[in-house]
Design a protein around this ligand. Structure first.
Ligand SMILES: Nc1nc2c(ncn2[C@@H]2O[C@H](COP(=O)(O)OP(=O)(O)OP(=O)(O)O)[C@@H](O)[C@H]2O)c(=O)[nH]1
Ligand SMILES: [Mg+2]
Length: 258
């Protein structure tokens, strides 16, 4: 892309022990295509070299000691500096090279939220049979319960405007993996199908060990969908960071304890 887009973008990566994949994930993010690009990790007490690698690569590090994928994002969404947020796992699975194109589409089509479907274009080896089946069951259940027509309820790549969270109803409440399906349910419900769309992208094999617990997380995701549907999903922690979360922007990262 030769054109420099007149927008500021934060690429937000939750990390927990991703030393094997973080460097390559960050290197794959294109540069120089928008007015201002922030790349940041919200790190959940990694005990490996994740933080060190991030700092070496000039990536902002925000520490969120509270556990959980959803918790990391509920902090990251609030502290991200820029107007457009792009999310991905820090494990080389999502197509970072498409970020400029996706942001351009968000602007050109005056959209508010894009979620990237992995199921239609998943490369071989990217998802085990069990994961593929689990994703299908969860996506199917979400479609039936919420009628929102999203193919891939578990995708972790979204491109959206940070100001969608000015509406408090748009702020997801789940601190675990179910946050992923929750953001899509909220986007379709509150932003509408014209402003919150789904686009198919490639999905690749993971680099490094996953911490996901297939059966445990699958069950929690399913349970969340039913609880949400009947209005019983509970919020356990508040939106945003803890007051004293260390951040490399403030130069207050403590020595890492391994
Ligand atoms: N900060 C933080 N990040 C987390 C936590 N759990 C997972 N992550 C990160 O969130 C992203 C998604 O987790 P994954 O382990 O990739 O989960 P997944 O994509 O469902 O599983 P795979 O398909 O095996 O990759 C990764 O970048 C993890 O490092 C956590 O408790 N805190
Ligand atoms: Mg992953």
């Amino acid at each position: 892309m030769v054109e420099v887009l007149p927008v500021s973008v934060t690429v937000l990566l939750p990390t927990r022990n991703e030393e094997e994949a973080l460097g390559a994930t960050v290197d794959a993010i294109p540069r120089g295509w928008c007015d201002s690009l922030e790349i940041m990790i919200v790190d959940g007490s990694s005990t490996d070299r994740t933080r060190e690698i991030a700092l070496e690569k000039d990536v902002r590090v925000h520490l969120e000691p509270r556990k959980g994928y959803g918790r990391a994002y509920r902090t990251g969404f609030a502290v991200a500096s820029n107007d457009i947020i792009v999310t991905m796992d820090a494990d080389c699975t999502y197509p970072a090279e498409l970020i400029p194109e996706l942001v351009k589409k968000l602007i050109d089509d005056d959209l508010k939220f894009i979620t990237c479907d992995r199921l239609s274009m998943a490369e071989s080896g990217s998802m085990s049979g069990l994961h593929g089946f689990g994703n299908w069951v969860l996506s199917f259940t979400a479609r039936v319960l919420f009628g929102y027509g999203i193919k891939d309820s578990q995708s972790g790549m979204w491109v959206f405007r940070k100001d969608i969270f000015e509406n408090e109803k748009m702020r997801p409440t789940n601190d675990g993996m179910p946050l992923s399906e929750e953001v899509k349910i909220l986007a379709r419900k509150h932003l509408g199908k014209k402003k919150a769309i789904e686009i198919s992208v490639p999905y690749r094999e993971r680099v490094g060990e996953a911490e996901i617990h297939t059966w445990g997380d699958g069950w929690k995701n399913l349970r969340f969908l039913y609880a949400k549907r009947i209005g019983l999903a509970r919020k356990r922690t508040e939106w945003g960071p803890l007051e004293d979360n260390p951040d490399s922007l403030n130069n207050d990262l403590p020595e890492q304890k391994n």
